[in-house]
Design a protein around this ligand. Sequence first.
Ligand code: 5GP
Length: 195
Amino acid sequence: MEAALKLLEDRIRRDGIVKDEGVLKVDSFLNHQLDIDLLDACGAEFKRLFSDALITKILTIEASGIGIACVVARHFGVPVVFAKKAQSINLEGDMYVTRIQSYTHGRIFDVIVSKKYIGCDDHVLIIDDFLANGCALDGLIDICQHAGAAIEGIGIAIEKGFQPGGASLRERGFRLESLAIVDNMDPATGTIVFR
Ligand code: 5GP
């Protein structure tokens, strides 16, 4: 097993909190406090996994994707663009707009990316902290497709393999690399099973 993967799995086992409704809390290293050494190891691993791809931009979504995306971007030497949650009232023609259902809050919201920052010359690596049903990624994919940008791949820190997003994206032919895949987790015992 690659070192970054082992570090991440060990950390999830040690500090992850299994909540009801399929939610894994990792606030102590990924979603509230950020362990930069761990994120750096994840960045190095994504660089290794996508070493053959020409990447010009990292794309993520606010808020929880930004931390990991910034550290990953250091390994590729490219900028990070994050999709912003927007009030419909602010939407203007120079933005790509897509609609996303939030996994953790259930709400549907618009996200925007300025046309200035993603275009048809870009080769994009999409990065996010979690993959569950795939709604967040569907939105980011939609933005890239509207921009005419090439999606070189998708890098996820923690995929919940018991939810449908990962299988569906792989079926659609996307190059999806998840560092840790949780196949099962039990809120009663706190047990987490990795693929
Ligand atoms: P999806 O759109 O794939 O259903 O959910 C992905 C998004 O929801 C991620 O960007 C992440 O912020 C959030 N998310 C989904 N599942 C979890 C989870 O189990 N724990 C945490 N902390 N965030 C999650």
